[in-house]
Design a protein around this ligand. Structure first.
Ligand code: UT7
Length: 331
């Protein structure tokens, strides 16, 4: 069911500091060759100590608002998808609302890890059906704060960043023509951070046991990812009444180039229609899909009427997919 909600503008932001595979070679027992062949990643951006999620999210939001030509005062809802908020509360969305001076906006955070942006746009569409008119959805993570740079199985994968979109009404048949979000909590422990919440609050013992860092069963998550990207993508393509041939751009969550290529191949989407930037950013969690989409738009690759397939997946386990027909602004 088309929501008549589309993307008016996009933005992205990354920190200035680059961490290359070569840099990682001096931190852990790894090699540029292993990282490149197993993940496709060559470099990632890492936030300076003073940079928090709201800083990157704010920078991406400013760009998205400028791109959309929508003043902050016209935004009536801000959704921030993040698992690395500035602090447990208030919501990072409220901190960004204040910095934008978006005084007419309600603001809250969504916790769905790497699928967070897909959850955000699903909720944004639903809220627009309730009457909200201009929704700012930001995907941001400073995931490096949760990474143990002595653990080679995780530290090579992730990077920091933010992506943002402004949602607004579009002409019929444009915008999000079909979408879904989903979860399978039975896989919650496959990718998690044990401490820092109400089960194991921060304490000296939790720090000593490195319980504030990401723990991941990589192979299990990999298998889940390839399966769910295909299943979820096929469901939304079906809902949209189209086949994979009609998709101009497949913009998946950028976690590992092997996951992307395996899923694209199974879906029958050839390499020329797959957007990949994991080599430059690593896995930026909730920021990954909106950064990729912002780049696609910035490069002029998203043409009016083009069908774009977005798919996210991550901890939870969670996923979300959408088919988007680009353009059709009624502003
Ligand atoms: O947003 C969702 C987040 N997570 C993901 O999407 C992650 C999904 N999983 C993956 O992308 C892959 O499973 C990884 C990239 C994490 C790992 O690739 P893999 O091909 O599944 O490797 P593996 O875990 O089976 O490990 C193969 C070998 C192991 O050595 P042994 O046991 O074969 O001797 C690891 O110890 O590679 C070793 N290894 C490394 N070697 C060099 C693991 N990490 C590294 C490393 N450098 N950084």
């Amino acid at each position: 069911m088309a929501s008549n909600v589309g993307i008016y503008g996009l933005g992205k932001a990354v920190p200035g500091r680059v961490l290359t595979n070569k840099d990682l070679e001096s931190l852990v027992d790894t090699s540029d060759q292993w990282i490149t062949t197993r993940t496709g990643i060559k470099q990632r951006y890492i936030a300076e100590p003073e940079t928090a999620a709201s800083d990157l999210g704010y920078a991406a939001a400013l760009q998205a608002l400028a791109d959309a030509k929508v003043p902050a005062a016209e935004i009536d809802l801000i959704i921030v998808a993040t698992t690395t908020p500035d602090m447990p509360f208030p919501a990072t969305a409220c901190i960004i609302q204040d910095r934008l001076n978006a005084r007419n906006a309600a603001a809250f955070d969504v916790s769905a890890a790497c699928s967070g942006f897909m959850y955000g746009i699903e909720i944004g569409q639903a809220m627009m059906a309730l009457g909200y008119k201009r929704v700012l959805v930001i995907g941001v993570d400073v995931i490096s704060r949760l990474i143990d740079y002595e653990d080679r199985s995780t530290c090579v994968l992730f990077g920091d960043g933010a992506g943002a979109v402004v949602l607004g009404p579009v002409k019929p048949e444009y915008g999000f023509v079909a979408s879904e979000i989903g979860a399978d909590g039975s896989g919650a422990m496959l990718l998690h951070v044990p401490a820092g919440g109400s089960r194991i609050p921060a304490q000296i013992a939790s720090i000593e046991a490195k319980q504030h860092y990401v723990r991941m069963y990589g192979r299990e998550v990999y298998k889940f990812a390839v399966r769910i990207v295909c299943e979820s993508a096929e469901r939304v393509l079906n809902k949209a009444g189209i086949t994979a041939d009609a998709v101009r751009w497949f913009v998946p969550h950028q976690a590992n180039v092997r996951i992307i290529e395996a899923a694209a191949q199974r879906l029958g989407i050839e390499p020329g229609r797959v957007y990949i930037n994991v080599d430059r950013y690593g896995n930026t969690s909730a920021a990954s899909v909106p950064i990729a989409l912002a780049e696609l738009a910035e490069a002029g690759l998203a043409e009016e009427g083009a069908l774009i397939l977005l798919v996210g997946f991550g901890a939870g386990l969670t996923w979300g997919s959408a088919v988007l027909r680009w353009g059709g602004y009624s502003k």
